[in-house]
Design a protein around this ligand. Sequence first.
Ligand SMILES: [Zn+2]
Length: 98
Amino acid sequence: MNPLAIGNSRSRQQLRLNWPDGREQLLNHVELRRQCPCSQCRAFRLQGLTPLVDERVCVVELNSQGYGLQLIFSDGHERGIYPWAYLANLTPTTPDPL
Ligand SMILES: [Zn+2]
């Protein structure tokens, strides 16, 4: 399942995905960086370690890769390609109370 629309806000540190079932998912950039699926970060998490992530990190570039989305972070990390199903299963950010 591919999202119908993708939105990225650097100022809000949020990635927005609109799925065909009508669900809108908001994902926090810091959380996305922590959950990076690249082999390096995966190995790190398997050791029970939490990668040190700057709370100000944000997604600076998105590259659609067909089966998922490559996210390029402001800290220079660009190895993670997030499959659509992986993104869909991440816990959404609680929307800001307005
Ligand atoms: Zn990574």
